[in-house]
Design a binder for this molecule. Sequence first.
Ligand code: NAD
Length: 280
Amino acid sequence: MPAQLIDGKLVAARIRQRLADARRSLGSGPIRLCSLEVGQNPAAAVYVRNQQRAAAECGIEMEVQNLPVGTTEAELIATIGNLNRRTEVAGVIVQRPLPPGIDPRAVQSAIDPHKDVEGMHPANMGSILYREPMFPPCTAAAAQQLILETGIDLRGAETVVVGHSEIVGKPIAVLLLHHLSTVTVCHIGTRKLVDHTRRADIVVVAVGRAGLVHGDMIKPGAVVIDIGINQGPDGRIVGDVEFASVAQVAGFLTPVPGGVGPVTVAMLLRNTLRAAGAQV
Ligand code: NAD
């Protein structure tokens, strides 16, 4: 029985509609989201355009600053300092990858935690553990939202998160733990990944390796959330999950593209409106 696809585009459109309503309730003053990028990365350019389009739909102005190649960490941090002081700037995001020589953590830590709409400042990361994140990290929040869309009862459900990065895997594990799911985190040191994934009711994959998870690693009927973004052999974007074989076994599956990605952008905009004072 083929899996039901979880349509991230549809979920994101619904969230953006709710956000546009919430934005109107904040009056007509500008709400700005500022994106900083050092140099020009074609992949980031596509991502920024999508963010701009989605922001406009929600009444958020996006200001894009492309800093020249060769910008130093100190200069980038000084630019962030200026944005921290501008009252109409609700949120600041820094596009990745950053050039070698710039420490992403130092940069993220320079953003005022009240404007850290990606939810990656150590203060916001830490607050996740206390169940009171001001701004949950966007991709983790998107994965959580897509799992909830399926209607699965998370309490007691066996969840396996594959990938333990600071910005994706770990926060997802913590968010799902708050729902009383029994969470196992697998990573590069895991001995036999299949032994874990095969008994999971929910599998979330965030590794960055095309085709890592295939159908015979999945329990029939499981919810599978594919976070990976990889370039396939023909140049097309593919996830970490081998779509054809997993779709034959899983109960629910997110496509790539069109799954987690658009919902991640919607979560970024939700965080921006929260930063501007909206109760969303
Ligand atoms: P990362 O490189 O920081 O972390 C990769 C993780 O995968 C590590 O925890 C590592 O231990 C684990 N890993 C590597 N090889 C493994 C293996 N063979 N078996 C099990 N675990 C293994 O990557 P990241 O920043 O967490 O991103 C992961 C993927 O998610 C990438 O493809 C990235 O492009 C994508 N991503 C998507 C979104 C989105 O919104 N859709 C956002 C962020 C990242």
